[in-house]
Design a protein around this ligand. Structure first.
Ligand code: SF4
Length: 87
């Protein structure tokens, strides 16, 4: 076996370890339902309020899920509400 082949095998082994670790973490997240990508913030944490902030309101926020959902804040929200995660 030459040095080039040995380097390629080592690189393949490292890649397999990384992919294996990623798959394991993904499985654990799904098992415990604790994937940070899907975690929502509390209303208090986002400073949610039931009134708009100028022209900004839930109804024109990209996170709003009609009729009363939000992709990043827990619980029902009003189309006329607002929070500091507006975007
Ligand atoms: S303003 Fe806040 S609560 Fe309303 S939809 Fe956007 S992120 Fe959700």
């Amino acid at each position: 076996m030459d040095a080039n082949n040995r380097d390629n095998r080592c690189a393949r082994r490292r890649a397999l370890k990384v992919f294996g670790a990623a798959a394991l973490l993904s499985s654990l997240g799904a098992l415990f339902g604790a994937s940070p990508a899907h975690a929502k913030t509390s209303k208090a944490g986002a400073a949610y309020r039931g009134s708009p902030n100028g022209r900004q309101r839930c109804a024109n926020c990209s996170w709003f899920e009609a009729p009363s959902g939000c992709g990043v804040v827990k619980g029902p929200v009003s189309a006329n509400g607002w929070c500091n995660l507006w975007g």
